[in-house]
Every structure is written in C-alpha cells, then in structure tokens.
Design a protein around this ligand. Structure first.
Ligand SMILES: [Zn+2]
Length: 336
C-alpha cells in the first residue's frame, strides 16, 4: 500500500480516459535499465505509479541511492509520447485545448514580460527570478549566455536586459514559432544539436527528462567556456513530484556526481525551501575531478524522506476516507 504514490490532483474523466488509452497503447515500448550512476542492478521499488496514476515505477538504486524511473519508455517512445495529444491531455488537463491555445498563451506571456533586475538572493521561497538573483550574486564575468531547453525564452530576455549576448535551443516547434514572432534568438533542436561555445550555459528543469544524462553533460561541457547553471527538482527533505516525464530524481549528491565528474567544479548550490528545487552553479575545469559521496548516508536520506511521505500518505488516506480532505486543506492554508 505504501508503494502507491498518492495523486495530489483530482483527475478529470477525460484525463482518466487518456491514461487508460496510453497504458493500453502497445506502440509504446519500455526498457529496463541499470543505474545510470553506478551501473548497479539492485533496485528497490519506491512507487508503482506516478502523480497522474500512470503505472510508472520509480526505483532507488540499492548501491548508490539514485532515484529513477525503471522500466521507462525507450527513447523513441518517449519522443512520440511528448509529441502526442495524449501527453498534452494528461498533463495539461484540457485547460489548453489545442496547440493554437498554447501558442496564444505563450505569446501573451512574452508580451506581458517585464524585466526585474536581480536582487539579493533569498531561498525561502521559489520565484521565477530566483535563478537570476543566484547567478548574478555569484558570477559577473560572462558575456554570452546559452539556454538549453529555453522554453518560452523568458530567461533569454532577462539576460538580454542585462546586456548579455543570448542564444537558446528548444525542441518544441510551437515555442520556436513564438520566439520567431518576438525575435528571441533560439533554434529548434536539443543537446545533440549544440554548436558553439558560451561563457554561461544554463539548463533549468531539463536534466530530469534526459535519457542519457552522462553523455548529455559531456556535450554541455564542450559547449561551456566558463560556467554552468543547473536548476532541477530535488529531494532534500521531501519526496519530489513523481511523474512519468521524469527519468531521474536528483539530490545534492547525485546531481553533483553527474556534473562534477564531467570536468566541472561546484561554485555554490542551494535549494528553494518551499519547492525544494535545487540551484547549482559550476565552473568548468580542464582536469578531471573526482567527486564521490557517502552512499550509505544517501540511502539513509531516501529512507527518511520516504518515511515522512508515508506518514503524509496515511493522513491523506484518512482524510479522504472521511471526505474531509478539501476542508482540512482550506483550514490548513488559512492558518498558514
Ligand atoms: Zn546506483
């Protein structure tokens, strides 16, 4: 029972239908993988499902404590899933009915963009400028910025306002159409298409989606002149949101392992206390570094946050049984 990941959002009937359709679709192929960090074969199942209820297993490597999806959609299948209506209908909950809706929504957001200069960094609460506050507090000597998976292009606008030369890459065709309309300097593509070198490379909420993380970071290292900034969902004190679009779930240690062992040195890392998103800034090095961590302690951390989760799960189940979940949440939010 505790291997169920509780759904925090109410699924609509159309979401449920799409999930059913997705799970019965035999054109999606799954692959069993070894641990990407230590090649370990012994994995413990943490959850049998993800936050939409999709039967996607999340495991912990019993040797190093890395959390990842396994078995997972193979590369081809995950690409066709991302490009499908099914993905949009499950994740967007029909709020945006068509690709055109999405295009208009993003255009509106770009049009209403206002630059706000970096302030003193404060990790108490996540906000959309936190990344900028953090980077600008740590480093200043960079001229060119490259955003991998630049999304709506907002970060490129931020750095342009700071007088930097900016460029981005983004796989989504619709987002690229938006960039074109507002002259945001980006191309359609992804990490394999990286060309050129940039003083600062940023990659936010992308690493957790990758298929081959080590190979991707090697490619990123080649495109970096000086600094790499990473933002990912993390587990510091709590389990992060489990979803089938994520292949990896990082802690401070596992993120550092992948990056620092690919010729980067940590400058600083921290996390937003509410969302537990991890922010990390690295400096490129010429020589190989060797980063390791206490694997026993890492597994202990996972067990601790899983236990905390189980307690929350138990309370939620009781509230749901008595149908007082919404009422309790209302009261809780008011008190907070
Ligand atoms: Zn491992």
């Amino acid at each position: 029972m505790f291997k169920e990941y509780i759904h925090y959002e109410d699924l609509t009937n159309s979401q449920k239908l799409e999930i059913d359709k997705f799970e019965k679709d035999t054109s999606y192929k799954y692959e069993n993988i070894l641990c990407s960090l230590c090649l370990g074969q012994n994995h413990k199942i943490l959850f049998n499902n993800e936050r939409h209820g999709i039967k996607q297993k999340t495991v912990m490597c019993d040797d190093c404590g890395l959390l990842f999806a396994n078995p997972r959609l193979d590369y081809q299948s995950s690409q066709s899933f991302y490009n499908s209506d099914t993905y949009r209908k499950i994740y967007w909950n029909n709020k945006l009915k068509s690709e055109n809706d999405f295009y208009n929504e993003v255009c509106k957001e770009i049009e209403s963009y206002e630059f706000s200069p970096p302030k003193k960094v404060n990790f108490a609460k996540w906000h959309k400028n936190l990344y900028l506050d953090f980077i600008c507090e740590e480093v200043k000597d960079f001229k060119t910025v490259f955003d991998i998976g630049c999304g709506k292009g907002i970060k490129l606008l931020d750095f342009k306002n700071l007088g930097k030369e900016v460029e981005g890459i983004e796989p989504s065709e619709i987002l690229n159409k938006c960039h074109k309309k507002y002259q945001i300097n980006s191309t359609k593509g992804f990490i394999v298409d990286l060309k050129g070198k940039y003083d600062l490379v940023i990659i936010t909420h992308v690493l957790e989606h990758l298929h081959n993380i080590d190979e991707s970071i090697k490619r990123i290292q080649e495109a970096t002149n000086k600094y790499l900034f990473v933002e990912v969902p993390g587990h510091v004190e709590n389990i992060q949101s489990i979803q089938n679009a994520h292949n990896y779930y990082f802690s401070f240690n596992t993120l550092n392992y992948f990056i620092q062992n690919n010729k980067f040195k940590l400058i600083k890392m921290d996390y937003a206390r509410d969302s537990e998103f991890i922010f990390a800034l690295y400096k490129k090095t010429e020589e190989n570094n060797s980063f390791s961590y206490d694997r026993g302690l890492e597994k202990k951390l996972i067990r601790k946050i899983k236990l905390k989760y189980q307690f929350k799960y138990f309370v939620l189940k009781i509230l749901r049984f008595f149908k007082i979940e919404k009422l309790t949440k209302k009261i809780y939010n008011k008190i907070r």
